[in-house]
Design a protein around this ligand. Structure first.
Ligand code: CUA
Length: 362
């Protein structure tokens, strides 16, 4: 009799403990997996903001790692103490009448409250100071003139990039791909053409909003060469997810070569067929797109002067290959519904002419 009533008392508590332990184990595994998932190479996780390659993002990542580790420690310690308290209370539970509960609290234990409040205060204070230091560190670029000044304009749903210079002949426009020299500070002024967007290159810098009628500023410095994925970080309509871009960081001399190429206009002495393509492009596409040195001078869509030098099209919606370029021209609404580029209903020979002309813009 005695042993069966003991089982009836202990079994539910045992199962509750098992449930709690399995819950904690599951949680620990999830945290561990999340931690491991932060580690893979940049290609697997292009928007990973915990592994960074720019001073601005690094300052934020250090704080994020600190708060993540502190949070995990707090959960482990509090869960351990809770389990210990449950086990301890079970051991010394006095027989209680059914339906009643003891009202008096055992003396002692106040030291735990002092310790808990004290440790929490210290941790929160350190986090607060660290946050202020990080904000100050990331708000302004390091002193001294920047190596490069850019203006980035957010459009639904693509990025216009203007390379600024004191000498107007050195300025040019491009789209959805930002080239920067490695190790140099790049100052970026941000504007929006329509709605609020947010400039975000997780590996290089945290988000800064682009707000219509306002100029915001941010800066980046890529600490090593590579291609870093950027993404609009503020919901801006149907194709928000397809409003991405790439930051290509290369050695300063390589960057200089790229800049010089971007400044060149496409050759004007074209063969007859290419000339036909250019004229067709200017009449059908030139109201929205521009190609420097030609009569195509539209400002509504991306500048296509060196479109084939870019890695992607459609704001990183597709890789820039002849096949995807052809698919885009044929039906941009199928690839990115709602974007401003209409279906042009070109005949097959017209399609070929325009595609060949675009492919010559390197
Ligand atoms: Cu632009 Cu979201």
């Amino acid at each position: 009799m005695a042993s069966s009533s003991y089982c009836a008392r202990v079994a539910p508590a045992f199962f509750r403990l098992c449930r709690l332990a399995s819950g904690l184990l599951l949680f620990a595994c999830t945290v561990l997996l999340a931690f491991l998932e932060c580690r893979p190479a940049a290609a697997d996780a292009p928007l990973n903001y915990m592994v960074t390659h720019g001073s601005r993002a690094q300052a934020i990542a250090h704080l994020a790692w600190f708060t993540t580790i502190i949070s995990i420690l707090v959960i482990i310690i509090v869960s351990g103490l809770l389990l210990a308290a449950i086990a301890r209370a079970r051991r010394r539970t006095a027989p209680v009448l059914p339906g009643s509960a003891p009202v008096e609290r055992p003396a002692g234990g106040i030291a735990w409250i002092y310790a808990g409040v004290g440790i929490s205060t210290i941790v929160l204070f350190v986090t607060m100071v660290w946050t202020f230091v990080t904000l100050a560190e990331t708000a302004n670029p390091p002193p001294g003139p920047p190596a490069l000044r850019l203006q980035v304009i957010g459009h639904q749903w693509w990025w216009e990039i203007r390379y600024l210079s004191d000498d107007p002949s050195q300025e040019f426009r491009t789209a959805n791909e930002i080239h920067v020299p490695v190790g140099k500070v790049v100052e970026i002024s941000l504007r929006a053409a329509d709605v609020i967007h947010s400039f975000w290159v997780p590996a290089l810098a945290g988000k800064t909003d682009l707000i219509p009628g306002q100029e915001n500023r941010t800066w980046i410095d890529a600490l090593r060469p590579g291609v870093y994925r950027g993404q609009c970080g503020e919901y801006c309509g149907e194709q928000h997810a397809h409003m991405a871009f790439e930051v290509v960081a290369s050695a300063p001399d390589e960057f200089e070569q790229w800049r010089k190429r971007q400044l060149q206009s496409p050759p004007s002495d074209l063969a007859a067929q290419a000339k036909g393509g250019q004229q067709l492009f200017a009449s059908r596409c030139g109201i929205c797109h521009s190609v420097r040195g030609t009569s195509a001078g539209g400002n509504l869509g991306p500048d296509l002067t060196h479109v084939m030098s870019r890695g992607t099209i459609g704001a990183a919606a597709l890789p820039n290959t002849p096949a995807s370029l052809a698919a885009w021209i044929a039906d941009p609404q199928h690839i990115k519904p709602g974007n401003l580029m209409p279906r042009l209903d070109l005949s097959a020979p017209q399609m070929v002419l325009i595609r060949q002309y675009l492919e010559s813009l390197r």
